[in-house]
Design a binder for this molecule. Structure first.
Ligand SMILES: [Zn+2]
Length: 214
């Protein structure tokens, strides 16, 4: 793959030929891998904004989610619920994020993992920097996570091979994110948020199980 194509892909996300884009459009799946720079006027600071989005139909799936630089979960700013499935699920605003994008056509998967951050330019609008962490093409997973094998969702991910036929997989840091994005790309009529999490985790006290005397 040419250097410039890889650079574009790292910045913008997976790219598809026109016929595939048209097929995705017809399914109603709206996956937005864009990472944008936004300015918070009140705090006077620059941030990155992205949307966790996408989902699946039986034939294909396209999902993008976001995690922290160490592979751990990021909190959403806002959960978005819509009548239409397979669209935007949550918004995230951060100074750095790792984007995890997956496209599935039947049993064949593409996976793109990229890091995005802001490079300070002394008071001026910062530069959006992007780094390619992993690109897996035409990985396969025999399990039908969108149908009869749905019970395996969250525990299965495709196998990728290098051009020379060796197995390839992203760094272990991204394993959890990969499992979740695989789940998203197989989630028919998705209305969940598979990677971003609520900002405040309220841990309910353990209820004691007591025998109620009769
Ligand atoms: Zn889902």
């Amino acid at each position: 793959m040419q250097e410039s194509r890889l650079t574009t892909l790292t910045r913008r996300g997976l790219m598809f030929p026109a016929e595939i884009r048209e097929q995705i459009r017809k399914t109603g799946i709206r996956c937005r891998p864009q990472v944008e720079i936004v300015h918070q006027d009140r705090a006077n600071q620059w941030k990155l904004r992205a949307e966790e989005s996408g989902g699946a139909v039986a034939l294909l799936g396209h999902y993008v989610g976001f995690v922290a630089g160490d592979g751990g979960p990021l909190a959403w700013l806002q959960r978005v619920q819509s009548l239409m499935p397979n669209g935007t699920h949550a918004l995230v605003i951060e100074t750095e994020m790792v984007r995890v994008e997956m496209f599935r056509y039947e049993h064949t998967y593409d996976l793109l993992i990229t890091r995005h951050w802001l490079e300070d330019r002394k008071g001026r609008r910062p530069e959006l920097r992007s780094e390619l962490l992993y690109l897996g093409r035409r990985g396969t997973l025999a399990t039908e996570l969108w149908g009869r094998d749905a019970a395996f969702r969250g525990g299965a991910r495709p196998t990728f091979f290098t051009r020379s036929g060796e197995t390839s997989s992203p760094n272990e840091l991204w394993t959890d994110a990969e499992l979740k994005v695989t789940e998203g790309a197989c989630c028919v009529g998705c209305k969940h948020c598979h990677l971003l999490e609520p900002s405040v985790v309220v841990v309910a006290p353990q209820e004691e199980v007591m025998e109620v005397p009769a």
